[in-house]
Design a protein around this ligand. Structure first.
Ligand code: SPV
Ligand code: MG
Length: 565
């Protein structure tokens, strides 16, 4: 005979082994997926799927009020949540021998390791509620049910445990022993002898007479003060801790519900209940995130955005005492909200905003807020560095003070390029070559090709972004980078690496986004240009703010045709 290998054994084999083992073993009650998982994490080897606890968590009585298929559906969640063998408290088998046959087949299909049936009549009542009034099954009929169950199992290790209720019903020790022996001979893998006394006397007397004829299982709910060593010495095989997780849950829920109802605040309970993250852990949320990376196609892959919103807005001092520029209302809602709503419309849901100046005033609904604590003395790249670990493989990096028409974001998201920037070519046309642009113009883009507009779809690459045209070596200006950058696939790591390199520079604190784009371009990265022709604005001063309001109004559904800029 080969040695038992717990790692490769089926659940039924493990339960069978546990019942047969020489040492005292324990089953812990569970009543749903979550509790099944908790039982496993606590180190138990097997689960008791208690009829009392499962019916209680449904909010019904332990009188077969929940149908057997509802019980089996719950067992499926338990099997999924825990790899432990589960012994179902199958009450009376939910009917006669025929119901028992079908039950065993269904339980095996769902991965249940065994079933315990009790010699009462359907529908049963919990043994601790008027146990002595409950009619017992005929011995022969119950033996037929055991045989029917054993004959139906396809895994030879599947366990049928027969529960003797004679002591509960007050029929005496001889009857209990007679039944135990009959059930053993009918093929039961173990006998559960139940007692409602507060002392273990009748259980110990039964065990003495039984004299190791087969595995004995007990449920010491009522004689709980008995030292476990007593059971061990009596040769008990397995102890079932039958209902303690449902009772623990009920007490905890009562306390917390009463506390919240009375105090109308969560502040007193927060530290006494499991953290939400702990619930996520118990649900294995991390595994989902990993699987998402493997299985979600690129088009469905979660998209992220990082919005740089740390600055006060130099030209808007009077309006930004209480809030950063991105919280200024534009046509009825904050600038930042226009952008966030636009992202959400295009399934960019993982949005990180890097705040700084008056970050406390940023509306954090639907976003993650990270803070550049040194915002007053640092530039955009320090802000970006605060969110650099949050970049996904598909991320938009944006200035926070932008408004733009929806198609611009859509087209940017459609780009497959590892890096893609949006350049407004109308800004280039208004800047004749060799002329220093107007004060305030920023982020002038120099590209490998101009926006001819005839060559739709032609690929232009960004060569450089500069604040001004160098009067000494004038060059054609192709437009203005509007402050939108898309980073995809391997581009993410390359951008992170470049940012880490720039961090080494002594002037890193002063660097802005164009410095990053220029460093990437200089390192030979292809930064694709998506040309647009207006249809956006940003907010740097009061005049911009007024124009932004007009722009935003023109984007609303009721705007008159032709007013959109
Ligand atoms: C159960 O847990 O449902 C049991 C054990 O059957 S007892 O409630 O003690 O009868
Ligand atoms: Mg029960």
């Amino acid at each position: 005979m080969t040695a038992f290998d717990n790692a490769t054994a089926t659940r039924a084999e493990r339960l069978h082994q546990l019942l047969q083992s020489e040492q005292l073993e324990f089953l812990m009650e569970a009543h749903n997926g979550l509790s099944a998982r908790i039982v496993r994490e606590a180190g138990f080897k097997a689960i008791w799927a208690s009829g009392l606890a499962i019916s209680a968590q449904f909010g019904v009585r332990d009188n077969n009020e929940a149908s057997w298929t509802q019980v089996v559906d719950m067992l499926e969640f338990m099997v999924d949540a825990s790899d432990l063998p589960i012994l179902l408290d199958g009450d009376t088998g939910y009917g006669n021998f025929n119901n028992m046959r079908r039950l065993v087949r269904k339980l095996e299909q769902r991965g249940i390791a065994g079933v315990c049936i009790e010699d009462k009549q359907f529908p049963k009542t919990n043994s601790f509620i008027g146990g002595e009034r409950q009619p017992l099954a005929e011995i022969a009929e119950f033996c037929g049910k055991i045989k029917a169950g054993k004959d139906s199992q396809s895994d030879p290790a599947f366990c049928v445990v027969a529960r003797v209720e004679a002591l509960i019903a007050g029929w005496g020790m001889d009857e209990a022993l007679k039944r135990g022996e009959a059930y053993r001979q009918a093929g039961a893998d173990a006998i559960l002898i139940h007692s409602k006394l507060s002392r273990p006397d009748e259980i110990l007397a039964f065990a003495r007479e039984w004299a190791g004829r087969g595995p004995l299982v007990i449920v010491p709910t009522k004689y709980y003060s008995t030292p476990t060593e007593v059971f061990r010495k009596a040769g008990i095989s397995t102890v079932i801790w039958a209902n303690h997780l449902i009772r623990a849950a009920a007490s905890a829920m009562q306390l917390v519900a009463q506390e919240i109802a009375a105090s109308q605040t969560l502040v007193h309970v927060e530290d006494r209940v499991a953290a939400v993250d702990e619930i996520f852990r118990l649900q294995d949320a991390d595994e989902y995130t990993q699987a998402e990376r493997v299985y979600l196609s690129a088009s469905l892959a979660p998209r992220a955005a990082v919005v740089l919103a740390a600055s006060r807005g130099a030209g808007l001092q009077a309006l930004t005492t209480e809030m950063p520029k991105v919280m200024l209302a534009v046509a009825g809602k904050p600038l930042l909200r226009w952008m966030v709503d636009g992202f959400k419309k295009h399934a960019v849901n993982d949005i990180t905003v890097v705040g700084g100046y008056r970050a406390d005033a940023i509306d954090t609904a639907g976003i993650k807020l990270v803070i550049n604590e040194r915002h007053a003395s640092t530039g955009e790249l320090v802000s970006l560095a605060c969110a650099i670990e949050l970049l996904r493989e598909d991320t938009i990096i944006a200035y926070g003070d932008l408004l733009y028409r929806g198609y611009i974001l859509r087209d940017l998201l459609d780009s497959d390029a590892e890096f893609c920037v949006v350049v407004d070519s109308t800004a280039g046309q208004s800047q004749p070559a060799s002329v220093t642009p107007a004060a305030g113009a920023r982020d002038l883009a120099f590209c490998s090709g101009a926006d001819t507009r005839e060559l739709f779809g032609q690929r232009a690459l960004l060569q450089r972004v500069a604040a001004a045209v160098d009067a000494h070596s004038p060059q054609r200006v192709d437009g203005q980078w509007i402050g939108l950058l898309s980073v995809r696939g391997k581009g993410r790591v390359r951008l992170q690496t470049m940012l880490a390199r720039l961090r080494e520079r002594p002037d890193f604190d002063d660097l802005d986004m164009p410095a990053l784009l220029n460093a990437l371009a200089a390192a030979g990265e292809a930064i694709e240009v998506l040309y647009v022709h207006g249809h956006w604005c940003n907010v740097n001063d009061l005049e911009d703010l007024r124009r932004a309001a007009d722009f935003a109004h023109a984007q609303t559904p009721l705007a008159a045709a032709g007013t959109a800029q």
